[in-house]
Design a protein around this ligand. Structure first.
Ligand code: V47
Ligand code: SF4
Length: 389
């Protein structure tokens, strides 16, 4: 495409975005073309980001819990899983899990992000018991637990349906679902990465069922491996289509592939340019998902900060005990303090705001940081009111 044609095509897309019209598959693929200025794509995404979320950069205070790394599956991109008899394989005891809850409470965490492997010998009751143990002992902490891959496994274990599993886990204390396990939906790619685990129709059905029973969920896309722009845009459009039906996704998180110690270690990790373009294109394509998260653990702090000007309005949390990315070679710190996270958001020119998992404001006790109450939904505030001059 010659430069004049390219500029005209970009203007067409800009007009659509300004008029709040939906972008097409072809629009999305065009925005991924490296000859289309990244800065221009980023500016357009930033325009949408500010229209939706003002000048705020959201974060939460959270911790991770990976109860086991033993897994029956062998996803090619995964450095975290271990075989049953591997000496590095583990399954946490109740006491270790309780200790994590105590640590989270002492740190003022509002959320525990719980995901792990599908252990050959652990029954459904073990997984359910983790949720009820934590909820009974730490009722204030929101449990964002189990990806669709795990819910699919629990269906297999219990021989019940998705709705039964989700309702049973909710009764035990599960509050919402993280967005993992989505990878790339298109079978041309999915079959190369993880042909055995929950397939695309199951992933979609599980999130749809969660939304139908009133449970909010997150969604993700793993990019930067064997997929092409077409597969990424197809993925985003499938998420957009489900969101049109259910409105149950809270946030989208693009996940950059980290190759170290994986079955795809011959690949290079995606560049910072690709990371920023993916954040921006996601913001532009997902016109019905309010928040885009630049997960600092995965992007690195500098790229996450920059992403706050390329469409992202959230950088995830303070995070402790993250293993999935660190096992795959992530060089980011193990956690950030609240002061550090606020500083990096301010340095990016945004106003930090603490939220809970479900995007409500968190109001901390002035005398005791570890105590808090939930304020109104961040989405109830109009973006113009949120813009800080
Ligand atoms: O499902 C695994 C991905 C996901 C690698 O919902 C990898 O708020 C890159 O979903 N390189 C788990 N990615 C993480 C996840 C997540 C993270 C942060 C916030 C939320 C949320 C969800 O990580 C997996 C897979 O897609 N993954 N291995 C790897 N080597
Ligand atoms: Fe198992 Fe999840 Fe790793 Fe796949 S990504 S091998 S399901 S732990």
């Amino acid at each position: 495409m010659i430069a004049a044609e390219r500029d005209a095509r970009f203007r067409e897309i800009r007009d659509k975005v300004e008029a709040e019209e939906r972008l097409s598959l072809d629009d999305g693929i065009f925005l991924y073309d490296p000859s289309v200025s990244l800065q221009a794509v980023g500016e357009l995404a930033n325009f949408v980001r500010e229209r939706l979320n003002g000048n705020v950069g959201y974060y939460n205070i959270n911790t991770h819990l990976n109860p086991t790394n033993v897994c029956v599956y062998r996803c090619r991109f995964c450095a975290f899983r271990k075989d049953l008899r591997d000496e590095k394989g583990y399954a946490m005891t109740d006491e270790q899990i309780l200790e994590r809850g105590r640590e989270a409470t002492a740190n003022g965490c509002t959320e525990m992000h719980i995901v792990g492997g599908l252990h050959h010998q652990r029954k459904y009751e073990w997984y359910r018991g983790i949720i009820s143990l934590l909820k009974e002992n730490f009722p204030q902490i929101h449990l964002k637990a189990w990806t669709a891959v795990e819910i699919d496994w629990f269906r297999f274990q219990t021989k019940k349906d998705f709705r039964w599993v989700l309702e049973d886990m909710r009764e035990a204390g599960q509050g919402s679902m993280p967005g993992g396990g989505a990878e790339i939906f298109h079978p041309e790619v999915r079959d190369q990465l993880c042909e055995h685990k929950a397939n695309t129709p199951s992933w979609i059905e599980i999130h749809k069922t969660a939304h139908q029973i009133g449970m909010k969920t997150n969604c993700t896309m793993l990019y930067g491996h064997v997929e092409k722009a077409y597969h990424r845009i197809d993925h985003l459009m499938r998420l957009r289509e489900l969101q049109d039906k259910t409105n149950g996704f809270q946030v989208f998180i693009p996940l950059a592939f980290h190759p170290e110690n994986t079955g795809l270690s011959d690949l290079k990790k995606p560049s910072g340019l690709m990371d920023l373009r993916t954040v921006a294109v996601s913001r532009l394509m997902l016109d019905n998902i309010r928040h885009i998260k630049a997960y600092w653990i995965m992007l690195g702090i500098e790229t996450a900060q920059t992403a706050l000007a390329y469409g992202a309005d959230d950088i995830d949390g303070t995070v402790r005990h993250e293993l999935i990315y660190h096992d795959a070679g992530a060089k980011t710190p193990e956690f950030l303090s609240v002061e550090q996270i606020q500083h990096l958001i301010r340095e990016a020119g945004r106003e930090p705001a603490e939220r809970d998992t479900q995007y409500n404001h968190i109001i901390r006790d002035e005398n005791d940081f570890t105590k808090w109450r939930t304020g109104e939904s961040v989405d109830a505030i109009s973006p113009s009111a949120a813009i800080v001059s």
